[in-house]
Every structure is written in structure tokens, then in C-alpha cells.
Design a protein around this ligand. Sequence first.
Ligand code: GDP
Ligand code: MG
Length: 161
Amino acid sequence: HRYSSSGLLGIQERTLVAVKPDGVQRRLVGEIIHRFEQRGFQLIGMKLVQAPKEVLSEHYHDLQEKPFYPALINYMSSGPIVAMVWEGHNVVRMSRAMVGDTNPAEARPGTIRGDLCAHISRNAIHASDSFEVAKKEISLWFSDQELIEWQSCIHSNLYNM
Ligand code: GDP
Ligand code: MG
């Protein structure tokens, strides 16, 4: 079993990251991918998608009762999204730290939202918030055939193992 939330050395995990429609429109895709590559995470899947409403309502099912929910679904379907799966040790927790607070007004400088975003309703990026949620979101957005297993030649330099 290769994946775990334990974060133990030697155990990989995966997370779903998506550049939202505002991020794609603002040409932030390259910047965002660059940050994940530089951190050492490994790209396992990636596609440009116009998200179907059924996928979005499943993706944000826990927010259905929120007043901003209809606007959120409209925003998320307003244009293409770049959906990605990234792999690495502690990638779920580390991605959330890289993304920063949901509200860009609270997001620390150095985070993606803290550097690149101005408002909570246009915060450019999604990242799964737990290992269990990541598993669900990856299977919601990607088929098994769309995920590529490949050997990284930098592994021993990244992880000392
Ligand atoms: P995330 O995991 O940091 O993306 O935040 P949540 O899962 O709590 O919310 C999902 C998304 O809904 C956020 O990224 C925002 O795009 C949007 N959202 C959350 N809270 C608010 C809010 O109070 N107002 C508005 N307009 N959008 C919100
Ligand atoms: Mg969330």
C-alpha cells in the first residue's frame, strides 16, 4: 500500500490541485505549476477541463447550504479549470500550506493566495484539505487511466532515501 496520511518517510500520498477559472484567465497556470515542481512534488495527472455541474456539485457538496454556493458553482463553471494530481511525502498538508488561507485577505505572503489573489470569491486555486478528501476528489476528477505512474530521478536527493 503506497499511500498514507501518516507522512512517514517512504510513504507517498497524492492530492488534487486545481487552477480555478480566474487563475486560468489570469495566466497563473505556469506560476502555480512552477511552485509545485520546485517544491519537489511529482505530477501524476493533468488536464484542462470545462467542469460539468455534476462534478462541481459533488466536489463542493459540503458547501451546499452556504449563501455563496450558487455563485461558487457559477464561478467554477465560468471557464476552463486545470485539474492536477500531485504526489509526494505529506503533499496534502504541504499543498494547503503553499495555497494559503481561503480568504486572500488572511493569506500569508509567500503563499499562492497571499501573493496572487485579492478576494475570497476569486482565490485562483483549489487543493484537497485531507488525505481522505484527496482520495475522493482524485477519483471524482480523474479516471485511473489518466493517472501516470513514473519513476522520478530526483527522489533520493529530495528524500534522502
Ligand atoms: P478552500 O478549501 O480553502 O478552497 O475553502 P472552502 O473549502 O471553505 O471553500 C471552497 C471555496 O468556496 C473557496 O475556495 C472559495 O472560492 C469559496 N468560498 C469559501 N468561503 C467563501 C465566502 O465566504 N464567500 C465567497 N464568496 N466564497 C467563499
Ligand atoms: Mg475546501
